[in-house]
Design a protein around this ligand. Structure first.
Ligand SMILES: [Zn+2]
Length: 144
């Protein structure tokens, strides 16, 4: 399947097959007034299959959130029909308040004034550690 190239906008490429819809929703692309395309299960030389999102507009992307959802993807910024910039999202070093610590006795779960806080300890395995109780959490299968 061929989709018309875009003059100016964003192509989120190499999304892990099956995650495109989730990212499409997270970016709230359902309710926009400019053209957007979600392609699913496109043939990929690198990964076999991939999802792709094309946005015919420049929108602000939360690269850290994208990295948390799928750190395989690549964001292409398109200007005048060509890729002007490629951005690879990287996982944030710190995450605050996005999800709870898995240790029920952790102070962040017991004290309503303490919000959860994690520091990245392993990028490959997407592992973070709670700064209060040192419980490790893998974000591999977490959904945001
Ligand atoms: Zn904790």
């Amino acid at each position: 399947m061929k989709v018309k190239a875009i003059d100016r906008g964003i192509v989120i490429d190499h999304i892990t097959a099956g995650k495109g819809l989730e990212i499409f929703r997270k970016l709230k692309l359902k309710n926009v007034h400019f053209p957007v395309v979600l392609l699913m299960n496109v043939a990929s030389t690198r990964y076999g299959k991939k999802d792709v999102i094309k946005v015919e507009n420049r929108i602000d992307l939360d690269m850290e959130m994208l990295a948390l959802m799928d750190h395989q993807l690549i964001v292409n910024i398109i200007e005048n029909n060509v890729v002007a910039e490629k951005r690879k999202p990287s996982l944030p070093r710190h995450i605050k308040g996005l999800f709870n610590c898995e240790n029920p006795r952790c102070i962040s779960n017991e004290d309503p004034y303490v919000s959860s806080s994690f520091v990245r300890i392993d990028t490959e395995k997407k592992t973070y550690q709670c700064i209060y109780c040192e419980e490790n959490v893998s974000l591999m299968d977490k959904r945001f």
